[in-house]
Design a protein around this ligand. Structure first.
Ligand code: C5P
Length: 233
């Protein structure tokens, strides 16, 4: 799949989400649907946005025993989503089962992306709560490698780590990167950020952009600016 800008549709309801997408007359941005919206509205919101012609990254971060993950992904794959994810911490058997569950009868499947360590986990938590003595950066790269070796398509990571992931796991292994901000925009609660323009040459395959677009005075103009900076279109 070619590089793209994914809008994080972090809205609490179907109405707010569809009102937002209505602004994009004639354009069909790739959208990310997360737990909040999916748990509030169920599969219907996915079907409705898909029927409108958008590509969908369903960000539910599955993590369970291999058989349960396989069966859950089989259901999600039938929703015709384009990208899904799981926690690499579930292990390589779980990741391989996930691919089996996602693969449709015709051999196609959504892209499968791994979360390595959540950005809310810091070194202290890694050591003291999770009892992992390996430093964070090494842990993240090791989980990424496990994902690549299990057949996954890529990882979610900071744009600042994207090139390192590619160097470690291969150039074909995709990077999906949140933490994107315009040079003249609000940073908000994100810490390790990059502009869409810089992300273009930093090994990022997909940038995930939320508030710089959803909270903009003119969301369509903000989206167009992202596309222009990141894809040069
Ligand atoms: O509004 P903002 O651009 O910060 O939104 C970024 C999106 O990416 C949000 O949906 C957020 O949950 C998600 N995300 C993130 N950092 C991660 C993983 C996901 O910001 N490490």
């Amino acid at each position: 799949m070619k590089k793209d800008v994914i809008i994080a549709c972090d809205f609490p309801s179907k109405e707010a989400t569809l009102n937002f997408l209505d602004k994009f007359e004639g354009k069909k941005p790739f959208v990310k649907i997360g737990m909040e919206l999916f748990y509030a509205c169920g599969p219907e919101i996915v079907k409705e946005i898909k029927a409108r012609g958008h590509k969908i990254f369903l960000d539910l971060k599955l993590h369970d025993i291999p058989n349960t993950v396989k069966r859950a992904f089989s259901v999600l794959s039938s929703l015709d989503v384009d990208m899904v994810n799981l926690h690499a911490a579930g292990g390589s058997t779980m990741m391989k089962y996930a691919i089996e569950g996602l693969t449709r009868a015709d051999g196609t499947r959504p892209l499968l992306i791994a979360v390595t360590q959540l950005t809310s986990t810091d070194d202290e938590m890694l050591k003291n709560e999770l009892l992992i003595d390996t430093p964070m950066a090494e842990t993240v790269m090791h989980y990424a490698k496990n994902a690549a070796e299990s057949g996954l398509d890529g990882v979610v990571c900071s744009p600042l780590e994207a090139q390192k992931v590619k160097d470690f796991c291969g150039n074909e292994f995709m990077t999906v990167t949140p933490g994107i901000r315009f040079a003249d925009g609000d940073v908000g609660d994100q810490k390790r950020i990059m502009t869409p323009e810089k992300a273009k040459n930093a090994g990022c395959d997909f940038i995930v952009v939320g508030r710089p677009i959803t909270q903009a005075d003119d969301p369509v103009a903000a989206y167009d600016r992202c596309v222009k900076e990141f894809l040069g279109e």
